[in-house]
Design a protein around this ligand. Structure first.
Ligand code: SF4
Ligand code: SF4
Length: 350
């Protein structure tokens, strides 16, 4: 196809089809919303568990939802390191370890779709910048030099956590994992939000405002978890691939990418920023020009298949873990109650 023919095709397709971003990636939105609703349900369940800890010593304790441990990625990274070093899978936060390991495996196999399909914080960040675009007509762009500096922040944070944990002696890991701080870390995190201080509220509001103004501010610049998944997904054989023979070079895919990846200039997207959101694929109006697949375009993954894989992976890993009795924490309710009664004294171990 000559360059003129490409331009003609591009003009024709642009006239006939909606603009990028208009094509609804409805399935991803449904999956995101389902995980947000599930997370809110977890929060309510966890709230009633925490409230039941404040009752008299002999009062019954409400069930604690194990999936809240998904919000303890640093504890889970320690558990995984401990498992690799000793062969022991601890039972303090087993669900956290299962979910954390699963997200790493998924990133390695099918890229970091966790960020754009599952993570409720990623969903909130996406909703925030879409609201910003509706309110102000567009999102702001960071100057290139500042974008590079800020993006390196989350790698610095990640490097700090990973190296500190990897270099910890086994005895220190064991002391942390089985210590009082880790056992009650989920309750401490809950109290951080339920008894929020002015400082914490100010930080959240500032981050919220920045997320409204800039696309994916929180995920792009501050989330070390996303950075870790990005590094794993770099090794994945699955990637966005553009077929240069079919592509009419209209640039819609590049403009649709929420992570500012110039998809239309690449044959394959290797970027650690790619979250497998399918926005570029959904924006393309040229059949077969772009897709998420294995090398040489083999086994193209449809958006439906990707969504099903995501839901099934989390659902079945939880079911399998339950079957093998590795889902609920070993920490007894009585110990939770005792730890809760002196929670203010329990600080982070040095
Ligand atoms: S390259 Fe495509 S799949 Fe990857 S983040 Fe950009 S729009 Fe989403
Ligand atoms: S792959 Fe991108 S540039 Fe090529 S036709 Fe599709 S949207 Fe246009």
């Amino acid at each position: 196809m000559t360059s003129d023919e490409r331009k003609d095709n591009c003009r024709l397709l642009t006239k006939q089809r909606p603009e990028p971003g208009e094509s609804p990636n409805w399935l991803r939105r449904v999956v995101q919303l389902s995980f947000v609703i599930f997370s809110l349900f977890l929060c309510l369940q966890f709230r009633s568990f925490v409230l039941s800890l404040t009752g008299p010593v002999d009062a019954p304790i409400k069930a604690r939802p194990p999936a809240v441990e998904a919000y303890l990625p640093i504890s889970s990274l320690m558990s995984l390191t401990y498992l690799v070093k000793t062969g022991v899978a601890n039972r303090v936060h087993p669900a956290g370890l299962v979910i954390f390991t699963l997200t790493l495996v998924l990133a390695l196999l099918i890229r970091r779709g966790f960020c754009s399909w599952v993570c409720p914080i990623g969903t909130a960040a996406e909703w925030a910048h879409k609201a910003g675009k509706k309110l102000f007509g567009r999102n702001l762009s960071m100057p290139r030099w500042l974008d590079v500096i800020l993006r390196s922040l989350r790698y610095l944070l990640l490097g700090f956590f990973v190296f500190s944990i990897l270099l910890m002696p086994i005895a220190a890991l064991r002391q942390f994992i089985y210590g009082p701080y880790n056992r009650i870390a989920d309750v401490k995190m809950y109290l951080l939000f339920s008894n929020i201080t002015v400082t914490a509220l100010t930080v959240i509001l500032v981050l919220g405002l920045l997320s409204v103004l800039f696309k994916n501010f929180l995920c792009r610049y501050l989330c070390p978890y996303g950075a870790l998944l990005g590094l794993f997904s770099f090794l994945s054989p699955v990637a966005v691939r553009r077929d240069a023979d079919k592509c009419v070079e209209c640039g819609k895919c590049g403009r649709a990418c929420p992570n500012q990846i110039p998809v239309d200039k690449k044959k394959m997207v290797r970027s650690v920023e790619c979250t497998a959101c399918f926005s570029c694929v959904g924006a393309c109006r040229t059949p077969g020009a772009i897709g998420i697949s294995l090398p040489r375009g083999k086994m193209r993954v449809s958006v439906v298949a990707y969504g099903v894989i995501m839901i099934a992976a989390f659902f079945f890993s939880a079911q399998i873990s339950r079957t093998f009795n590795y889902w609920r924490s070993e920490t007894p309710g009585g110990m939770y109650k005792a730890l809760y009664s002196r929670i203010a004294e329990i600080g982070h171990p040095r």
